[in-house]
Design a protein around this ligand. Structure first.
Ligand SMILES: NC(=O)c1ccc[n+]([C@@H]2O[C@H](COP(=O)([O-])OP(=O)(O)OC[C@H]3O[C@@H](n4cnc5c(N)ncnc54)[C@H](OP(=O)(O)O)[C@@H]3O)[C@@H](O)[C@H]2O)c1
Length: 287
């Protein structure tokens, strides 16, 4: 075990913004950087592509919807590094607007991957975080747009400064069950499964940062961001390149030692988006 060597993990990094995040971390982070992918072949290909740029990431399989896969990564990190220094939760899925998959299925699958998968990765890997670690969730302004279209009662629950992870999980489960029961609109939800999943991630960030305030490990910063409108397989009409989309996630991943802030915030273009204020962060039309 080389427990002094620093290590960074980027989920869903075989392509798109995750791949560009690994590229930037390989150039700017003093430690090992892991491409992770649910498909081993696609992940190894990404490593080879970065090798051609004279960058030297490593690979580990990770499907964020599989607890077995998450546990294997955890054991690997424990055994080989004795901890974790940077975690970028980038992996996500989005149904296309024209998808004919029933909305109830879209709701379950989108939240299952984007929200619950992220929660499971965090629950498993947070105990490994060393002092001065940085955690970044790649969320989306779609989350704040979704919040702006929800009923008042739900909005105040998501914005509550005392919201706990257990309460947030039950809110997200409630979305799926309301959708299945045909009560989505009546109960104040918005019509975006992806947006709801990303709102969950934004709210999770605040919840986790509050919990971290009572942790004995010093200087662990947890933030989330919107990468902007980025041309990837998820959103081919995007305007930014993946490297440009990776700028804010990488900025947050490399916040200097004892930076102190941001903590528990949602950022776009490296600036805090004050989503707890009415109407804030909603003047954008991304995914
Ligand atoms: N593009 C935009 O304009 C935009 C805007 C706002 C937010 N975002 C967010 O930015 C992040 C990256 O998106 P992107 O645009 O780069 O999309 P992308 O090119 O589709 O990449 C998504 C990545 O996530 C992986 N993934 C999906 N499900 C996974 C799972 N269960 N376990 C592990 N990996 C999984 C994909 O792997 P496979 O290759 O195996 O599918 C892929 O590597 C996402 O969180 C997205 O919501 C993007």
């Amino acid at each position: 075990m080389s427990d002094s060597k620093r290590v960074a993990v980027v989920t869903g990094s075989n392509k798109g913004i995750g791949f560009a995040t690994v590229r930037a971390l390989c150039k700017n982070f003093d430690g090992d950087v892991y491409v992770t992918a649910r498909d081993e072949g696609r992940g190894q290909q990404a490593v080879q592509d970065l090798e051609k740029e004279n960058l030297h990431p490593k690979f580990h399989q990770l499907d964020i919807t599989s607890k077995e896969s998450i546990d294997k990564l955890k054991e690997f990190l424990e055994k080989n590094y004795g901890g974790l220094d940077i975690l970028v939760n980038n992996a996500a899925i989005a149904y296309k607007m024209k998808s004919t998959v029933p909305f109830s299925e879209q709701a379950e699958v989108s939240l299952g991957c984007n929200f619950f998968g992220t929660v499971d990765v965090c629950d498993a890997l947070f105990p490994l975080l060393r002092p001065h670690s940085r955690v970044v969730h790649v969320a989306s302004r779609a989350g704040t747009i979704t919040l702006g279209n929800m009923g008042k009662e739900l909005v105040s629950k998501f914005r509550s400064s005392t919201l706990t992870q257990t309460e947030l999980i039950s809110l997200m489960n409630q979305f799926v069950s309301d959708v299945k029961a045909g009560n989505r609109d009546a109960n104040g939800w918005h019509n975006s499964a992806y947006g709801t999943s990303k709102l969950g991630v934004i709210a999770l960030t605040a919840v986790q940062a509050r919990a971290m305030a009572g942790d004995s490990r010093e200087d662990i910063l947890i933030n989330c961001c919107c990468p902007g409108n980025v041309a990837t397989d998820m959103y081919p009409q995007g305007l930014k390149t993946p490297d440009q989309g990776a700028e804010t996630p990488v900025y947050l991943a490399l916040l200097p030692v004892n930076a102190g802030k941001p903590q528990g915030e949602f950022l776009g273009e490296k600036k805090v988006i004050p989503w707890l204020i009415d109407g804030a962060g909603m003047n954008f039309d991304p995914l």
